[in-house]
Write a protein that binds this ligand. Structure first.
Ligand code: MTE
Ligand code: HPA
Ligand code: MOS
Length: 769
């Protein structure tokens, strides 16, 4: 059985050899043009005129288009409010104003300099607090609550309050946004996009060009990373390049360079969260009140859902008897912030983990003790929104990691170290992730799959899932191969295309394999059922050449199994090779292709009430991280991280370990070094690898232990697996809390001021003050 095995990622070899094809690796077609966009020079302004005359004269420039050339200039994942090209108001610096098609990139750069914009500059809102003060919001207030908060606070022996602030994060996918468009006869358009959401890209292209959906096909072979940044924001780029292709009746591509990509696209949402907590002598939380404000940027994009997920993860791994969670998305004049691995979960989680450190300090107890007191366990496993933490593995994970990481011994060593060292400081922290798996928008929890078995017994499988490096294709390959008892190499997962799989959801919410894997399994089982029936009839030897095999599903044929590329009747021991059976089925005119649809059952979260079954299940995990800080520079090294995850019965433990380590390090980057810096005019200054630092191999924990617990109980997901893509990102928070822990040793009065990211500057300032 290939399911559960460490087969290599289906692109591992070609990624290493350089043979993998990304958008810009596609050979240029005859007459293919290149495209680029001009970004607005101010963060807020009224666009009163565009003069293209000089720019159009640049040799090699083929066309320059503005919002006037689009049939429909508005798009948006939730609210259709965002212009593809600025028409009236410029809402952030570098917002695309026009698109240029040319024979070469040099001509585009020259043309950009010659386009004249007539702009009346307006006052910009560049910080979150200003938009809170002005009540300039993109959403209405959302609320999740239960219990009696007033009573909890008035009767509690201790209360604390504070503000938690986190910064944004650049996705830093290796392949920037990229798209190619091929105009076809009858106004049809074929689009190849680096998109997590081919269906939305198809729809936005069609709407913006005034086409029907059936005239547009969007194909996604793979992305060089998406991390959420290509869930919604790939679509408008596709519209721009398709516009050029349609206007000039020539194929076109638009490959955004790194700096432009960083300036124009949205990032993880910064948050400013105001919290209050009530607790008893032991550190048990009695009441928690939090008001979250996220910085949505100029447009709504996915901000509403991201805020909701932040609210749904504000409990972290901890039971909150009395609680009120409020949330609002702020409107500011920066790029429209968007999905990023964790989708608000990391921000909600980071706040409560930070609060726990403060409770511990207040009571002069170890933070782990406070976490143990409050972790979901025992009788009441209900979250603030009423969903139960089913098959709860959190206490088991906590106990195991506490002992395997030797937390208590190391705490003593750290106490000693910090007493003696004049140059360095150490800190340690355990934090958790209890990540809700499902799209919180219920309609998105659906998928379809197309499975074709060829006459040699090999399979081509197509689903709506997109491959961005996470290994969804490999898992689908294993699921299909497992169903037919054939080696994984005999299954090819095909490029994602809206002509094979339509009305698909983005590959997001970590549920790509859950949804598309299940649809694949159902489609495979439909084909298998017919083949089983053919096998049975054939083995009865009742057929004459004139007979037609009738597929009969009424018999119990569970004794016929598909294994080792054979189909065997376990009662008689008789078998046929799969190839032989496929041939018999074909000549008897039995279909060997099928299509299936899957929707996650049982979901029902009432957004207005803030109550209900928001998720299918939870992926749980914990991490213990120890840091070493240079007291004079603030430089931080992660000495050791231990991670323990519950991934159910993993379909591919090797791929999952890669996801855990990658997500953790990406999470570490968010909480430490990754710092977005803007000028006072709202220009992103840190827009290249020289000024924006993601973790390198040097920054990964010196000792890095990752392990999985055994858990067979997750019967609501394909082969009892659990989603892995985003949940371990939240464990990066252990590094931030370890830094906070370290600061408590020497500057307890400053520790609660620690911001996220805890950059060297941030740390050294707090230590120096
Ligand atoms: N892993 C790689 N290598 N590259 C990516 O872009 N995106 C992450 C995660 N892991 C990503 C990744 C995000 S944000 C999500 S939601 C999931 O993969 C999506 O894929 P899945 O649902 O198939 O896990
Ligand atoms: N997670 C990720 N992406 C999404 C979600 C979600 O819950 N909802 C809409 N897009
Ligand atoms: Mo992931 S942020 O749901 O694409």
């Amino acid at each position: 059985m290939t399911v559960g095995k460490n087969i290599p990622h289906d692109s591992a070899r070609t990624h290493v050899s350089g043979e993998s094809i990304f958008i810009d690796d596609r050979p240029f077609l005859k007459n293919e043009m290149v495209c680029g966009f001009l970004g607005a020079p101010v963060a807020h302004g009224k666009l009163k005129g565009i003069n293209l005359k000089k720019a159009l004269k640049v040799p090699g420039v083929l066309g320059i288009y503005t919002h006037k050339d689009l049939a429909n200039n508005r798009w948006g994942a939730i609210v259709k409010e965002q212009p593809i090209l600025v028409d009236d108001i410029i809402s952030y610096e570098y917002e695309p104003v026009c698109v240029i098609a040319a024979e070469n990139y040099k001509a585009i750069e020259k043309a950009k300099k010659l386009i004249e914009l007539d702009i009346e500059e307006l006052e910009a809102t560049l910080c979150l607090q200003k938009s809170i003060d002005n009540e300039d919001f993109l959403t209405i207030e959302k609320k999740i609550s239960r219990g009696d908060l007033d009573k909890a606070f008035s009767s509690a022996p201790h209360t604390l309050e504070g503000v938690f602030e986190n910064g944004g994060q650049e996705h830093f996918y290796l392949e920037s946004h990229a798209c190619a468009a091929l105009p076809l006869e009858n106004n049809q358009m074929e689009v190849h996009s680096s998109s997590q959401h081919p269906s939305e890209t198809q729809h936005v292209v069609a709407q913006s060009l005034g086409l029907s959906y059936h005239q547009v096909v969007c194909v996604v072979k793979r992305m060089g990373g998406g991390f959420g940044g290509k869930e919604s924001q790939a679509a408008p780029f596709a519209s721009l390049v398709a516009l050029c292709a349609k206007k000039l009746k020539r194929p076109a591509r638009m490959i955004i360079n790194k700096d432009d990509d960083m300036r124009v696209t949205g990032k993880r949402h910064p948050f400013k969260n105001f919290w209050k907590v009530a607790f008893d002598e032991e550190g048990k939380i009695l009441g928690y009140k939090i008001k979250l404000f996220s910085n949505g940027g100029a447009y709504t994009d996915l901000s509403e859902s991201i805020l909701e997920r932040a609210m749904l993860h504000s409990d972290g791994c901890y039971y909150l008897p009395n609680v009120e969670i409020l949330g609002r998305v702020c409107k500011t004049n920066i790029h429209s912030n968007t999905a990023f691995r964790g989708f608000g979960g990391p921000q909600g989680n980071a706040t409560i983990e930070s609060v726990i450190e403060e409770i511990a300090h207040h009571l002069k107890k170890d933070a782990l003790e406070i976490r143990e007191k409050n972790i979901y366990r025992g009788e009441d496993l209900s979250t603030p929104y009423g969903q139960l933490v089913d098959h709860n593995t959190l206490p088991e994970i906590m106990e195991k990691i506490k002992s395997s990481s030797k937390y208590l011994e190391r705490r003593k060593e750290i106490d000693e170290f910090n007493k003696n060292s004049l140059t360095h400081l150490k800190g340690i922290a355990v934090t958790g992730t209890k990540f809700g798996i499902a799209f919180t928008a219920r309609f998105l929890n659906q998928a379809n799959a197309l499975v074709n078995m060829h006459l040699d017994g090999t399979l081509q499988v197509s689903t709506g899932a997109t491959e961005m490096g996470q290994g969804v294709n490999t898992k689908i390959q294993q699921i299909a191969a497992g169903a037919f008892g054939i080696p994984a190499v005999e299954v090819q997962v095909m490029p994602t295309s809206t002509e094979k799989n339509h009305n698909t959801s983005p590959t997001a919410a970590s549920s790509g394999s859950d949804l598309n894997g299940m649809a694949t399994l159902i489609a495979c089982n439909k084909i298998k059922q017919r083949l089983t029936s053919v096998f049975y009839t054939h083995m009865q030897g009742e057929l004459t050449p004139a007979d037609e095999i009738e597929v009969d599903n009424s018999k119990d044929l569970s004794h016929i199994i598909f294994e080792d590329s054979k189909v065997t009747d376990t009662k008689t021991g008789k078998f046929l090779t799969l190839k032989e059976l496929v041939s018999i089925a074909y000549f008897n005119r039995v279909s060997m292709g099928d299509y299936a649809f899957y929707k996650t059952p049982g979901l029902g979260f009432d957004k207005a009430l803030g109550k209900g079954q928001a998720f299918n299940y939870y992926t749980n995990g914990m991490a213990v991280s120890e840091v070493l800080i240079d007291r004079f520079t603030g430089e931080t090294k992660v000495l050791r991280s231990d991670i323990l995850m519950d991934l159910g019965r993993s379909i591919n433990p090797g791929i999952d370990m890669g996801q855990v380590s990658g997500a953790f390090v990406q999470g570490m980057g968010w909480v430490t070094a990754e710092n977005l810096v803007y000028s006072d005019k709202g220009v992103l200054l840190s827009h290249s690898p020289t000024t924006y630092k993601i973790p390198s191999i040097q920054d990964t924990p010196r000792i890095f232990n990752i392990d999985l617990i055994e858990n067979n109980t997750n019967d609501v997901c394909v082969h009892r697996s659990k989603a892995v893509g985003e949940p371990p990102f939240l464990l990066g928070n252990s590094v931030w809390n370890a830094i906070k822990d370290a600061i408590y040793y020497v500057k307890p009065e400053n520790a609660s001021k620690l911001k996220l990211p805890a950059t060297c500057e941030e740390i050294v300032t707090l230590l120096d003050e």
